[in-house]
Ligand binder design. Structure first.
Ligand SMILES: O=P(O)(O)OP(=O)(O)OP(=O)(O)OC[C@H]1O[C@@H](n2cnc3c(O)ncnc32)[C@H](O)[C@@H]1O
Ligand SMILES: [Mg+2]
Length: 197
């Protein structure tokens, strides 16, 4: 059975693949089917995840899983949040987004740099599934003053993980998956699927 990963983000695909392995699906990134990027016009993570999953599923006629996620910084009233991927402008890369974030927090002291990653996951078990499975994950930490490490993707180099004393980009991929917002959301999804039999 095939499952389309409704994302164009290779970092997400790399993290989702081992997390979803227990499902036994043949995972196919949406690029395999030439699915264009969906318009993320929702006002919440869950709305955007639904839009992306539905878009990929309609395109392929297959089950689809979407992840909408972002970094919410308390000192910035939750920004970049929903706009994390394009914080520094349309098509911005991670380096530009990180530079803008560090600039916005330049005067903010260490004890006021708390933040969390949020992930909403949506699984359409078949095309046109009217009852999608929806789960969430939340990963607290704080924003460093400068980037550290080269693993992961997105804002990982500036996301400090207190219990390990390093940035998310310095965690082994398997360890990031054990504790991250995405790992939490996928495990919740697996539990729901198990419970439903
Ligand atoms: O929409 P898709 O195609 O899935 O890919 P995207 O990168 O645009 O994904 P989102 O719209 O969900 O935006 C989420 C952004 O939040 C950031 N982000 C999410 N999860 C992250 C993680 O685990 N580590 C670092 N940054 C993350 C990263 O900048 C993402 O681009
Ligand atoms: Mg996106």
């Amino acid at each position: 059975m095939e499952l389309v990963l409704a994302t164009h983000n290779k970092g997400k695909v790399a993290e989702l693949a081992p997390l979803l392995a227990p499902l036994g699906y043949h995972l196919r990134p949406q690029s395999d089917f030439g699915v264009p990027e969906a318009a993320e016009t929702g006002l919440t993570f869950v709305e955007n995840a639904l839009l992306k999953a539905r878009h990929a599923s309609q395109h392929t006629g297959l089950p689809a899983l979407a992840d909408d996620s972002g970094l919410c910084v308390d000192a910035l009233n939750g920004m970049p949040g929903l706009h994390s991927a394009r914080y520094a402008g349309p098509g911005a890369d991670s380096a530009a987004n990180i530079a803008k974030l560090l600039e916005a927090l330049a005067e903010v002291p260490v004890d006021q740099r708390s933040a969390h990653f949020h992930c909403s996951l949506v699984l359409l078990r078949f095309a046109e599934d009217p009852a999608p499975l929806i789960t969430e994950g939340r990963w607290p930490g704080r924003i460093l003053k400068a980037a550290q490490g080269s693993g992961g993707f997105g804002y990982d180099p500036v996301f400090y993980v207190p219990q390990y004393g390093c940035s998310a980009a310095e965690l082994e991929p398997a360890l990031k998956n054990r504790i991250s917002h995405r790992g939490q959301a996928v495990r919740a999804l697996l539990e729901r699927l198990r419970a439903e039999g």
